[in-house]
Design a protein around this ligand. Sequence first.
Ligand SMILES: C[S@@+](CC[C@H](N)C(=O)[O-])C[C@H]1O[C@@H](n2cnc3c(N)ncnc32)[C@H](O)[C@@H]1O
Length: 197
Amino acid sequence: MKVNWAERLWVNSPLRFLIQQRETRFFRRLRKLEPGTRCLEIGCGHGAGARIILDIFQPARLDGLDVDPFMIRLASRRQRKGRGGQLRFLVGDAQNLPYVNGRLDAVFNFGIIHHLENWRQGIREVARVLKSGGGFYFEEIYPPLYANAITRIMLEHPTENRFHGPEYRAALQREGLRLLPGYKESRFAILGVAVKE
Ligand SMILES: C[S@@+](CC[C@H](N)C(=O)[O-])C[C@H]1O[C@@H](n2cnc3c(N)ncnc32)[C@H](O)[C@@H]1O
């Protein structure tokens, strides 16, 4: 589900950029990437996360995918001023990724799985496109953060089949994604890396 105007303001803000930068450094401490890797960011929004991933992990190729053509237009416009062929942005659905099985070394998720109507299908797709030994780097949030008394009014999210930590971790395990030690979890969110078995 696309974000509404209020969430668009938030994800395009400098504070969001700083949080993503800090989280990506944390991801790298949990698991580095080998040189020459091919990566994807799902729900890339206006592309800030993708640029941070390029700086911190330096993959050979990174695709940023988002269901919202407006976000992809913003991301592509900014990209023209910077990186060349290493980075490309495309419109697509994280529940039906346009990649063959086992194609990618890493998939990044900055808070988009909870935007999916069928979030388990999103995790299934991440596992499908990852190579064996590939990494799923994620920041994910739970209803107490995005659907509490205030955020429920301000933001728009799917309301059916929502998940907290136990369901999210169980879904990773079911898809053969093993959570690495060192992940952080509260009642609001989880931050970590899982490796495809
Ligand atoms: C909360 S925003 C996060 C944006 C960015 N990753 C960040 O952390 O700032 C969620 C993003 O996921 C995208 N999104 C929602 N549903 C999606 C889907 N089915 N497939 C791909 N992207 C989706 C939205 O358009 C939006 O850009």
